[in-house]
Every structure is written in C-alpha cells, then in structure tokens.
Design a protein around this ligand. Structure first.
Ligand code: SF4
Length: 483
C-alpha cells in the first residue's frame, strides 16, 4: 500500500489528485493526515511544509526539497510537482500533462498571459517546472491562440445560453450523465420536463432583470442544446421546445451559432433534422464515438458504423453549415490502431470539427471496476491522430480534461478554420456569462477576470421540476447585484 502523510499542510485534494493520476483511486483519511492507495506500491512518503521548506520525502529522508513559496496557489502546485517526480521515478511512468491534474490545463497559459509572459517562457515553465510534455505545451499554446481568435466575435456583456435535456434511450457503460431514472422515460415525462423547462425560461426572459440587460444591449451570442440525446425526446416534447425557440427568435436573433448535440446516430431522421434546421440551428453534433461495431457493442451503444454514416449524410442533406463529431479513444478492446482508424474514417466523412475524447468513466457509471491505467499506446495514438488532423487542415481548439481520464490525456476539439464551436470556447474560457436552463445546467456569472459565481440546477429531472420556482429566483439573484 502507498501512503502519503501530510505534515504542516492540509492539501488533501492536491495529493489525492496526483495519486489518482498514477493509480486510479486514492482514499483520504483526514483524521490521520493521510492519503493512501491500497493497490499502490509498498511505500510511505511524507509531504511536508514548514520552516521555510516544502519537501516530499521517503523514509530514508531522500526526495525533493524546495524553498516554501508565499503564494498559496503555487504551494499546492509545488506539492504536486514534488509528488509527481517521486512517483514518476518509482513507477517509471510519465503523463502528457505532467503534474497538472486540473480540468483545464490551458488555464495556466491564460494566467501567465495576463501577467505578460511570452509564449516561449510559458512553454518553458510548462515543460521544465510542471513536467508537461513538449507536445502538450505546444498544444496548450495553439489552443489559446484559437480560443482568443474565436472570442474576438464576442463583446463584453454578451451571454451564451445552454439548455439541458437529461434523457437518453439507454445508458452507455462509461456514462453517468443520465441517472437511471432518466433512461428511456415515457413521453409524458419528456413533455412534463420540457413544459417546466420552458416555464423556467419564460420566468427569466420576462423578468425586469432581462429587460434591463436587453436595454443595455446585452445579447445571447451562442445557443447549445445538450444532453443526453436531445433528438430522442418524444416528438411532442421536441416540437414544444423547438416551437418555443422559433417563437423567441427575437431573443436569439443575435446568436452567431446555434448547436444541437443530437448525439446518438440511431435517432437521426430527415424529418427531425429538417425541423431543427428550419428553427435556425447551424451546428449539429453527431456522436459516433467509434466506427468499430465491436467496440460500440461492448460500450453498450445500440448503433454501429452504418448508423453514424447515415446520420452524417442526413445532417449534410439537411444543410447544417457545421457538422461536428465526437470520438472516444481508449474504449475497452481498442488499440492505438483503432483510434487512428476512427480518425481516418471521420476525416473521410469530412466533419467541420471533431472532438477526440480520452475515455473517462464517470463515478456512478456501470463500469465501476474499470482499471485506470497509463497507456503509452493510447498517448502515442493521440499524438499520431493530432498529426493527421494538423495535416488535414484542422486546428486545435477547446480542450479540457475529466476526472479519471485515461492515461492523463485530454479531450480536444479540432476544427477547420472558421468552425469549432463558439459556445464551447466561450464556456471553457470562463470569460463569458452562461445562462443555463434544465436539470443539472450550470449558470455562470463572470464578476471580474478570474472571479466567477456559479449556480447549478438540481441534476435529477424530478427535483428540477419540483424546485423550479426557487431555482429560478436563485438564478435571477446571481445577476441582480449588477443592477
Ligand atoms: S448517449 Fe451520451 S449521454 Fe447518453 S448514455 Fe451514452 S454517453 Fe451518456
């Protein structure tokens, strides 16, 4: 068993994150000032802060030592770096983002830019201090460039709008996105949910708060409907939602992009796609995840390559200006070769953008016994996929990571110039206010650069409906102090 004793600090989560990167699961025992990994190697380390020094030491007293920094954020980062160095030496394993365990490794780039650092200096710090691979340091800087160019379309005060549909006809093995109660629900439940959702939106957009925002010229610039599988809504519920959007065209008149995360290809139909296109949607996301029927079957997805190809043809025939695809690397049974085969297949179809995700089974997913491991093969296949995408004219854009992501990798969207998802970029940038409606949807107000206030709606659809009024008031209160 691996144990890390904390002395002179209580950065349990920093230590736990790092251990989870290497070993998958780590338990915090706060009363004993201990974080431990039952399946880890037989080793006890002491992470110590005090007397002007930060150290991570083995029982024989060896290990990295550094001067204690004054900056509290930096202290947490230093603790991680030291632990990373010791564990990398013990295990012989290295990760693409080194000691960075956060959801948005590119955030560091933004932070340093704000302080006036050059790209070269940022890359040096990423590689030499945080142990990020040179390939990922380059990627982080490229992503920042794309994000900045996309965000020039927005003005201060602009909003983006997110609408969540928490229903899926079945649940994939790695997903916890939809609670069991949300899977394959009867049409009446879909209708009740959408009715409540529209009530929630009416309440907000008819408020004096929104009238004052409109009068001040604040606009919604991107709309994203996500899920779940929004197009699997019962037809009457989908009609109700799309009808509301059409009736409120004035509200959405300033949008530069309207995305529907259509999701699972087996629910595409020319009628539904035509209806969405008529309602002004400009971007559709198709989620094949893989073009291998075997991998899809093992992942519990009841569709195959043919349905994905058909969905792509339907989206193209319906005239969507941007078709986006999601693929996942690291599905059980996959290899580096299957990841590359999927990318090549997607490129033959020619989406304007695609996101290559590294598998990250969620807590609460059916795959509870998933073995979290670093896979050099997977990292190499991502690197090869990125080379292929670059050669095909795609540029890297929005990038984020998830807890328990395989091989410490990332999810990165690649897009042809001019495409790529304004909503995603704006949402991940933390520089744009987000209006979130629906179960689990997050509303976010940027109070000042780097200072955010967030409000999450109840995740379970029934709770969302029963707490509609209270949540609506809280959402208004999130912005009311601005008036
Ligand atoms: S289709 Fe998407 S949201 Fe639905 S269960 Fe599968 S991964 Fe989760």
């Amino acid at each position: 068993m691996l144990e890390v004793r904390l002395q002179g600090h209580r950065r349990f989560f920093a230590v736990q994150d790092l251990l989870q990167l290497f070993f998958g699961r780590a338990e915090i025992l706060e009363s004993e000032n201990l974080v431990r990994v039952p399946q880890g190697p037989c080793l006890t380390l002491t992470s110590r802060v005090g007397e002007g020094e930060v150290s991570t030491l083995r029982p024989d007293g060896s290990g990295p030592r550094a001067t204690q920094p004054e900056d509290s954020h930096f202290l947490g980062r230093l603790i991680r770096v030291q632990l990373y160095d010791v564990l990398a030496r013990e295990t012989g394993r290295h990760f693409p983002w080194g000691s960075l365990t956060g959801i948005r490794p590119t955030w560091l780039v933004t932070e340093r830019r704000r302080e006036g650092w050059s790209g070269l200096d940022i890359a040096r710090e990423l590689v030499h201090f945080y142990r990020v691979s040179p390939a990922r340091a380059r990627l982080a800087l490229e992503v920042e460039r794309t994000e900045l160019s996309q965000l020039t379309a927005l003005e201060p005060g602009d909003f983006i709008l997110y609408i969540h549909i928490p229903f899926c006809p079945s649940r994939c093995g790695y997903c916890s996105f939809v609670t069991p109660a949300g899977v394959a629900r009867p049409a009446a439940e879909h209708l009740a949910y959408v009715t409540a959702l529209l009530e929630d939106m009416d309440h907000f957009f008819q408020s004096s708060l929104w009238r004052s925002f409109s009068a001040a010229g604040r606009r919604i610039r991107a709309l994203y409907i996500g899920g779940g599988t929004p197009i699997a809504l019962a037809p009457e519920a989908l009609d109700l939602l799309v009808g509301w959007l059409q009736e409120h065209d004035l509200l959405l008149g300033g949008t530069l992009e309207r995305t529907i995360e259509a999701g699972r290809p087996d629910f595409f139909s020319p009628t539904v796609l035509g209806r969405l296109r008529d309602a002004g949607f400009t971007r559709i996301c198709i989620n094949p995840q893989s073009f291998s029927d075997e991998l899809l079957q093992a992942a519990g997805r009841p569709h195959g390559r043919r349905e994905s190809e058909a969905a792509f043809a339907m989206a193209r025939a319906a005239g969507f200006p941007e078709i986006h695809m999601d693929l996942i690397g690291g599905l059980p049974g996959s290899t580096g070769a299957t990841v590359l085969a999927d990318i090549r297949h997607a490129l033959r179809l020619g989406p304007q953008s695609l996101t290559l995700h590294a598998l990250a089974p969620k807590r609460g997913a059916d795959w509870q016994d998933f073995v979290f491991q670093a896979s050099g093969d997977l990292v190499q296949s991502f690197d090869a996929a990125y080379r292929l995408l670059r050669r095909s004219g795609y540029l890297p854009g929005p990038l984020y990571r998830q807890k328990r992501i395989m091989a410490g990798l990332e999810n990165c969207t690649w897009a042809l110039p001019g495409a790529g998802g304004l909503y995603n970029t704006a949402m991940l940038s933390d520089r744009v206010d987000v209006l979130g409606f629906g179960a689990g949807a997050m509303s976010k107000r940027v109070v000042a650069p780097g200072e955010l206030r967030r409000l999450a709606a109840p995740r379970e659809p029934g709770l969302y409906i029963s707490r509609l009024a209270g949540h609506g008031q809280s959402r208004l209160a999130l912005w009311e102090t601005e008036l």
